[in-house]
Design a protein around this ligand. Sequence first.
Ligand code: G16
Length: 543
Amino acid sequence: MTIQTVATRPFNGQRPGTSGLRKKVTEFQTPGYLENFVEAIFTTLGDCAGMTLVLGGDGRFFNRTAIQTILRMAAAHGVRKVFVGRGGLLSTPAVSCVIRKRHANGGIVLSASHNPGGPHGDFGIKFNIENGGPAPEKITEAIYANTQTLHSYHISDAPEVDIDRIGAARVEQMEVEVIDPVADYAGLMARLFDFDAIRGLFARGFTMRFDGMHAASGPYARAIIEGMLGAPAGTVINGEPLEDFGGHHPDPNPVNAAELIALMSGPDAPDFGAASDGDGDRNMILGRQLAVTPSDSLAIIAANASVAPGYRDGLAGIARSMPTSTAADRVAEALGIACYETPTGWKYFGNLMDAGLATLCGEESYGTGSSHIREKDGVWAVLFWLNILAATGKSVNELVREHWARFGRNYYSRHDYEAVEVMAAEDVMMALRRRLPAFTRQAFDGYRVALADDFSYSDPVDQSVASHQGVRIIMDDGSRIVFRLSGTGTEGATVRLYLERYESNPARLDLDTQEALAALVAIAEQVSGLKRRTGREGPSVIT
Ligand code: G16
């Protein structure tokens, strides 16, 4: 075994986005592309001697190849030990859990999350720091800067490590330990939630379907929900991770989890439905004929959190991303705790959780989590709902309706214009930014603008500032229109239009969401010319 120094060249476009570097698999297969980015991570880490890392991914195509490359590069950089999930599999929340539990210095997550997989799909790589969370922007920017100046990378020529068998191996001086991907995580869940109460729920005949979408969360859901909690076999569907996710888009929303939605709308619908995404960090919560919006899910979990043993002592605070609805803000107010508004990206929650300012965090993009780890967590959210259902004896529908009756309802929807021309998307944002000052106090079809700005966030812990995080138009009654460009797509640009309307009149809590938001949709078009500028007749996806 020897360590090789291989000449390389900087590649364009290796700046990490909302969540790491995501590109087409074919781009990652370009000789030196993956190696360059990994070398940049190790260069940013500096002296790696004595370091312990965690490595795993969502099992998509190229996962295994990337794992072997990264192991050989880690050895070449003097890393002391790497924990790898068996088969190269570790959900994103499990990576975070293992980093924290085993006191590792960080981890490398291989995933393009909810993006499609397979040879023509997407791949991604992300570095997490020792708190278990995504690296903050100062680190991702340093990694990017290093990708642009590297001329060589270092790699051992050692043979492949058998990652399918639990146990220890060596690459050069580096120890590799292949671990059960589920065990640490399942142990943590058992400490947070009342497993006896949930077991009782299933024993009484409660029915559920968990859609693993042929992605990373399947083995976790099977082991915990069917194995530890006694749900009947078959409760978890599509539970086998596949390299191409069975050809589907592993994004747990009503559009991409259509099979589950159809089941939950049918006459034989189970009591509870849930799904998770490619890397197991997103979640969707369903009752009979009801899809709970992620923003409502965060608010309902917050309002009922004390039923779960891990949250019995109360919440320090709640944090949500700016485009997420303000439903959680109302709960925080009722609980007398702070609610923080951050830019989109789980990395912005890390400091708040580390400083003990926020316990629960959530995003409109089907992400919910807490300070138990530093990633959002799909299976955790599902278990939290199960714990609430078991403790209250109420149905999902009852919980949601009672919540709206108490706090009012935040009608909410996201309209995505995917894969539009980059120039057209930038044009939309530039035009909006230019016109922002003119919007303030302007009246539009029954609404008056209270505030129009380009969201900027100043981190209360380290005072770092993130600007240009999305254009907000906030109305007098709290209704909001938000525009921003996605940072996770791999084709052209995606414009996201977020719409929110607050309603507290008990007679108007049961409107159709799109109808309730129609006036705001029309205003959004009037102020942005989104359809005209992108040449689209409407959004490609509405959630
Ligand atoms: C990532 C981030 C989330 C973000 C989501 C969508 O999630 O971790 O914080 O909300 O992308 O981001 P964007 O609107 O920029 O596409 P995931 O599940 O894809 O890792």
